[in-house]
Design a protein around this ligand. Structure first.
Ligand SMILES: Cc1ncc(COP(=O)(O)O)c(C=O)c1O
Length: 356
């Protein structure tokens, strides 16, 4: 069993009501912390009261962005226990991200022990209304006090928890997407396949400009030819063309989404034809015009499934499924959330339960 030092808070904060949660604005009473240095490696796992940390102005992460993070969710099951969705897969991706930016890897089972302990301590913060969840944010950042580009010799890992509201409190809301053909998010061989802050900084201006034009999000194209679909906002993208579901392959510039993987596994279980293959924006627009683009949706931890109601490319818009939620989008959303809340059998072994 992993050794975890506990220092609990003396005064607990009020827990917001389930209908007042929003996303990423409330934080629980405690956080998990761990340090790395060259001598001891990763050490000193501890749970402390949630609170500010002191930062030296020369701390390397502020200058060179050497950091990684994850985003996963825990759900209140009907029996009162807490279901964490695919935590080992999220921690494996955390490690994959770390390696790409020269951050030392962590022991996944130790991390999971720490997370489960943190959830036990802050269990009252896991909301119970259907659609709500506890968002889990692990992150690591470079802490050397040093100016100069090289990997840091010291790091801090933290896990913070945030109760989040129902993403679709008023039902699915199909989004209006603008195809981005000026800015790119990531290049092959770069850092697009990992969760590191730079990717999100790179995406901001495009998202702001798209919003100014009345769109919800951008559809990213590949950086070499501005031709092939990559992702939508901070989600993976899937299309139903005729009878087949298509999603771009993981070629190095796309984040390997856990929800993408869950979706692919469900589609295969349901024997729906599915292909991971490149698809060009011209093909998508032609299919839209010809009525072959049956559905389009994003997949990601925050929304699970996010139906796309229309796409706009250059001077043309195509409406998908009359702007309504597609049958497959709804079926996938229902199936994944049923497993998350423990309402349906978890035949894939995706749930890690914290028994209270
Ligand atoms: C850029 C990007 N793509 C895709 C995803 C979806 O990944 P997941 O399904 O693991 O949440 C995310 C969210 O984590 C993301 O930030």
């Amino acid at each position: 069993m992993t050794e975890i030092a506990l220092k609990l808070c003396s005064q607990k904060k009020p827990i917001p009501a389930d209908d007042q949660l929003g996303f990423g604005v409330h934080f629980t009473d405690h956080m998990l912390v761990m340090d790395y240095d060259l001598k001891k490696g990763w050490h000193d796992m501890r749970i402390e009261p949630y609170g500010p940390i002191s930062i030296d102005p020369s701390m390397m992460v502020l200058h060179y962005g050497q950091a990684v993070f994850e985003g996963m969710k825990a759900f209140r099951a009907a029996d009162g226990n807490i279901n964490i969705f695919r935590p080992r897969d999220h921690f494996q991706r955390f490690n994959n991200s770390a390696v790409r930016v020269c951050i030392p890897e962590l022991d996944i089972e130790e991390l999971l022990d720490g997370l489960k302990k943190l959830l036990e301590i802050d269990h009252q913060w896991v909301p119970s209304t259907h659609g709500t969840a506890l968002y889990i944010r692990p992150f690591i950042f470079a802490t050397d006090q040093f100016l100069g580009v090289r990997p840091s010799h010291t790091y801090k890992l933290m896990i913070i928890l945030s109760p989040v509201g129902a993403y679709y409190a008023e039902g699915f809301n199909p989004v209006k997407i603008m195809v981005e053909d000026k800015y790119v998010r990531a290049v092959r061989g770069g850092i697009g396949a990992i969760k590191t802050p730079g990717n999100y900084a790179a995406s901001l201006l495009a998202a702001v400009e798209a919003k100014e034009k009345g769109f919800t999000q951008v559809l990213w194209l590949d950086a070499h030819e501005l031709k092939w679909l990559e992702e939508v906002g901070t989600m993976n993208i899937m299309l139903k063309l005729g009878d087949e579901v298509i999603t771009p392959p993981l070629t190095g510039s796309i984040l390997p989404g856990i929800t993408r993987d869950s979706t692919l596994k469900l589609l295969k279980q349901w024997q729906i034809p599915v292909a991971e293959k490149q698809i060009s924006i011209d093909e998508v627009m032609a299919a839209g015009r010809g009525g072959k683009l049956v559905e389009m949706f994003g997949t990601g931890t925050a929304a699970v499934i996010s139906p796309v109601g229309s796409i706009h490319y250059r001077d043309e818009s195509v409406v998908i499924n009359n702007g309504a939620v597609g049958e497959l989008s709804q079926r996938l959303f229902d199936a994944i959330t049923a497993i998350q809340y423990g309402d349906k059998e978890d035949s894939f072994g995706w749930i890690e339960t914290v028994k209270l």
